[in-house]
Write a protein that binds this ligand. Sequence first.
Ligand code: ATP
Ligand code: MG
Length: 204
Amino acid sequence: MRIGVMGGSFDPIHNGHLVAASEAAHRFGLDRVIFSPTGEAYHKSADDRAPAEVRYLMTVVATASDPRFHVTRVDIDRTGPTFTVDTLRDLRAELESGGLGADHEWFFITGADALAEILGWRDPDRILEAAHLVGVTRPGHRLADPGLPSGRVSLIEVPALSISSTDIRARVREGRPIRYLVPTGVANLIAKHRLYHGVVGSPA
Ligand code: ATP
Ligand code: MG
């Protein structure tokens, strides 16, 4: 199989993530795209962040209607910060133990902005060994040469969706609409769990 992996905090997952995954799936002929919500981030202020289990739930709900999209718990169930090398290693094991074999071609999908960051982080060589990197453009970030190694890295443009989780959280906090920016099920979960509503300090 050709498998795409999309890691993120998905706090919340939004239509930008889904469009990016869909476009990458089309461009690279992916059989599935596995979304992997990150583990609990202790450095982030908890006030305006959703717990890992709720982020996982939102990701499941958002991807449920697309037969190509799957969600994994590997990063949520591992303690400590999430590193892409660990995600890819654990996913490989998860598929193998699920009877899907080990012979897959892996594509790690990420916003082009986050691409350079990932490679600068930890074990870039091992990441590139494990997966082809697909950097998707996001509005406000150029497709300028990020100094990436050629061959294993591709940059693709997705329809300009200037949607970010940061903006969604701000919208919820300020009572502005998020409809059509996130799947309906995600908007429902945000309301149900009263996510992102907390007013911390005074609005700027
Ligand atoms: P935040 O605003 O909290 O940083 P985010 O919208 O960037 O959230 P993440 O969960 O951090 O969402 O992103 C997961 C992955 O999706 C990252 O690789 C990121 O670059 C990418 N991404 C985020 N928003 C978009 C978008 N609108 N279009 C394409 N890719 C996106
Ligand atoms: Mg981000």
